[in-house]
Design a protein around this ligand. Structure first.
Ligand code: SAM
Ligand code: SF4
Length: 318
């Protein structure tokens, strides 16, 4: 559907759990997290019901996220359910990849063809430090498993100043050698992202230009989202998502469904609609309520001028 600012909303990111098997320093605290109780988490049937309503309003693509979506058991069953919904054309996944070796085949069989794999360092010691408890070899095994299962994989990297910003060139090289699109995402001052500094698109481009000159902007889009894409004439592509400084809010195409049933209209704004009373409480009027909520989707983030959202990113789904 089209919102009050003329934006076409056709994409939903669904967080299936707030739990995660990593503790990335910019995303989740090491401990002391109060998890949602199982009773408060949407059941797969409830997620499907919400997506059915969204599909009726024009949503065509679903991204499963979290927390770590693969930590929730039976995810392929949800994927199959979503593909039965009229209007849903594509279900994809964003994951840290650790559980892909065990799950990639089943997810591919259920219809997942594209995966975004989040990987912020190619150095084992740094990966372990950044994620607090992860092994790079496990993430790379997940990458391999996804490729072997026939999925198209994009790497998502969040460069952070003085943490991993010296690996931009390594990631470009890794992407080119392995036929992967690498996308650099600007760190947002959400949750634990606040207080750390990301890199702007211009800074990242300058670094890549020094080592791998000759790329040009790609005319066509390479995915669902707001990435600016570039490629070299002899092959290799990368994308930049300038989430803070690029302000692509005027072309935002998405809403988010949190694990506890909030329809969030903007990642950076608390405004939303609690779907629980409709999905579980029997309250009538779900479609109308969702339509009204999407209509009032906020104009955009105010990361550069206002206090930021303090809810953790694992609860919103990235
Ligand atoms: N666990 C899965 C993963 O890591 O892909 C899915 C959930 S995670 C919240 C989704 C994405 O959000 C990841 O690519 C992660 O790097 C990104 N992310 C988390 N906090 C962020 C922040 N403050 N700014 C930008 N991206 C962030
Ligand atoms: Fe977990 Fe993803 Fe957050 Fe890392 S970015 S802690 S993998 S939810």
């Amino acid at each position: 559907m089209i919102d009050r600012l003329g934006r076409t909303i056709e994409y939903v990111r669904v967080s299936v759990t707030d739990r995660c098997n990593l503790r990335c320093r910019y995303c989740m605290p090491e401990d002391g997290v109060s998890w949602l109780s199982h009773a408060r988490i949407l059941r797969y049937e409830e997620i499907a019901q919400a997506v059915r309503v969204l599909a009726g309003l024009g949503v065509r693509r679903v991204k499963l996220t979290g927390g770590e979506p693969l930590c929730r058991t039976g995810l392929p069953a949800l994927v199959r359910m979503l593909y039965t919904i009229d209007g849903i054309e594509e279900v994809t996944l964003t994951t840290n990849g650790l559980l892909l070796p065990a799950q990639a085949e089943a997810l591919r069989d259920a219809g997942i063809e594209k995966v975004n794999l989040s990987l912020d360092s190619l150095r084992p010691d740094r990966y372990a430090a950044l994620t607090r408890c992860g092994a790079l070899s496990d993430a790379l095994a997940g990458l391999d498993a996804a490729k072997r299962a026939g999925m198209r994989v994009k790497l998502n990297v969040v460069p952070i100043r003085d943490v991993n910003d010296d690996e931009i060139v390594d990631f470009i090289r890794f992407g080119r050698e392995n036929g992967l699109v690498v996308r650099f995402i600007e760190l947002m001052p959400v949750g634990l992202g606040a207080g750390r500094q990301g890199l702007s698109n211009a800074e990242i481009l300058a670094v890549i230009e020094r080592e791998f000159p000759g790329f040009a902007p790609f005319p066509e889009k390479l995915g669902n989202g707001p990435a600016d894409c570039y490629g070299w004439p002899d092959g290799g592509t990368f994308g930049l998502i300038g989430a803070v400084h690029d302000r692509f809010c005027d072309r935002c195409n998405r809403v988010r469904l949190t694990a506890d049933g909030m329809l969030r209209l903007c990642l950076a704004q608390p405004d939303g609609l609690d779907l629980m009373p409709y999905l579980r409480g029997g309250q009538p009027g779900l479609t109308e309520a969702v339509r009204n909520a999407i209509w009032r989707k906020p104009a955009g983030h105010a990361f550069l001028t206002e206090d930021t959202e303090d809810r953790m990113m694992n609860g919103i789904g990235g």
